[in-house]
Design a protein around this ligand. Structure first.
Ligand SMILES: *Cc1c(COP(=O)(O)O)cnc(C)c1O
Length: 423
């Protein structure tokens, strides 16, 4: 059977052992959602736990901190433990807290200690802007100049990074390395294991941003020797807009003083002693700052159940199947329309694809008008994320067919080639 037909898509859906999870989600009516790498969809289980937590506030008031089905006081630690298998962390190495950017600030404040010759931070020129803004401001807080101290490793093709180049940049002047696990545009997965190994050998602290990788690919952060990591939970983990993020601290750093202290970083048995001398938690809990955002963490309680049932290896297996099928369909159906593939086509691709076209902005608008939700990344990128938990192979087939129709009929020309405010 041809590997890009509707019939083939249907046979893949029949064989899909995760297919039943589609019914767990609120799919948008008459839409094909291909944007789960920006904001995952709401699941019924996430809705349920959010409503449970709202109810605990309604019925317990202040006692919700310690009573009810999910006492608020322990939620961050419990969610951390439940995220551990997704990142390859050991007990106590993970905490649910903050946001990607605030967690990066915390971790840079903790691990970036410029001294002597070692003053630089190593990042890359393709990194997400917020990470770069945070790192530059951390450099400024030390009275140093970001133009001199922030190294951004260059990309040869504007899409991907070469690990050898990153390793070459790990000089004796580097105090800290911060890199993405999966690049947000091209979806390239960096070889975290190799990078962490070399950084460890050179005595440079290394941390990874897992925003586009957690819930999509497996990690073994502890075994790889990563010093730290941080992430958001509203992309592949489907925690909802602005849901509470997470961080990982390798247990070899347990007891290290947090750069940014606050009372929720306390040893839980001591926190309410209200002493002006802090007794910090001895694990990742120490890197919390203030009162946890309970309602923004609540959907995760339900959402993570599905990852626990399935296991991240199976999520990855289906994700690779979906993106391979999409690549095959694109290859066959869109060859006349000067698209190029911006993601790696081997298994160093993450959970989304990057299709490039000079008319990308208005092609995305035409896709939306035709019921497919992609996302646009300036200047010429269409990101498409078929998500293992709720997208089908038929969704993928339909998406490429709709794209082909838009190109054949030139309906994209009815739109302006510019981006919206959120795109
Ligand atoms: C999504 C994303 C962010 C967003 O950070 P927030 O603090 O959650 O707003 C940051 N960095 C990367 C790499 C991302 O993909």
């Amino acid at each position: 059977m041809n590997s890009h037909t509707l019939a083939y898509a249907k046979t893949l859906d029949e064989k899909d052992r995760l297919a039943s999870y589609r019914d767990e989600f609120y799919l948008l009516e008459n839409k094909i959602y291909m944007d789960g790498n920006s904001l995952g969809l709401l699941s019924k289980r996430a809705e349920k736990t959010l409503l449970q937590l709202l109810d605990s506030w309604k019925t317990l008031g202040i006692d919700g901190w310690t009573e009810g089905e999910h006492p608020w006081f322990y939620m961050a630690e419990q969610l951390g433990e439940r995220m551990a298998p997704l990142v390859g962390g050991k007990k106590g190495e993970i905490i649910a807290t903050g946001s990607t950017t605030s967690n990066l600030h915390q971790l840079a404040a903790t691990f970036y200690r410029p001294s002597g010759k070692r003053t630089k931070i190593l990042a890359d020129e393709l990194n997400f802007p917020s990470d770069i803004y945070a790192l530059k401001s951390q450099i400024r807080l030390h009275g140093l100049d970001p133009e001199e101290q922030l190294i951004r490793v260059k990309s040869d093709d504007g899409l991907t990074l070469r690990e050898e180049r990153i390793i070459d940049a790990m000089t004796e002047e580097v105090a800290l390395i911060v890199l993405p696990a999966v690049l947000y545009r091209s979806g390239q997965i960096l070889d975290m294991q190799m990078l962490a190994k070399v950084a460890n050998e050179k005595g440079i602290a290394i941390g990874f941003d897992l925003c586009h990788s957690i819930g999509s690919i497996p990690h073994e952060l502890h075994d790889w020797g990563a010093d730290f990591a941080f992430w958001c939970t509203y992309k592949h983990l489907n925690g909802g807009p602005g849901s509470v993020g997470g961080l990982f601290i390798n247990e070899r750093h347990f007891g290290k003083e947090a750069g940014l202290a606050g009372w929720f970083g306390s040893d839980k048995s001591k926190q309410f002693d209200m002493d002006h001398t802090m007794t910090a938690a001895t694990d990742a809990g120490a890197y919390q700052i203030g009162t946890p955002h309970v309602l923004s963490a609540a959907p995760l309680i339900g959402s993570l159940e599905m990852f626990e049932e399935i296991g991240i290896e199976k999520v990855r297996e289906k994700s690779l199947g979906l993106t391979q099928f999409m690549l095959d369909c694109i290859d066959e159906e869109l060859k006349d329309f000067s698209f190029s593939i911006g993601n790696p086509t081997d298994t160093s691709r993450g959970g989304h694809l990057l299709l490039q076209h000079e008319e990308a902005a208005r092609i995305c608008q035409a896709l939306k008008a035709a019921g497919v939700i992609p996302d646009f990344r300036t200047p010429d990128g269409i990101r498409l994320a078929p998500v293992a938990l709720y997208n089908s192979f038929e969704d993928v087939w339909q998406t490429v067919q709709i794209l082909k129709r838009i190109m054949t009929d030139e309906t994209y020309k009815h739109f302006k080639n510019e981006r919206g405010v959120v795109a």
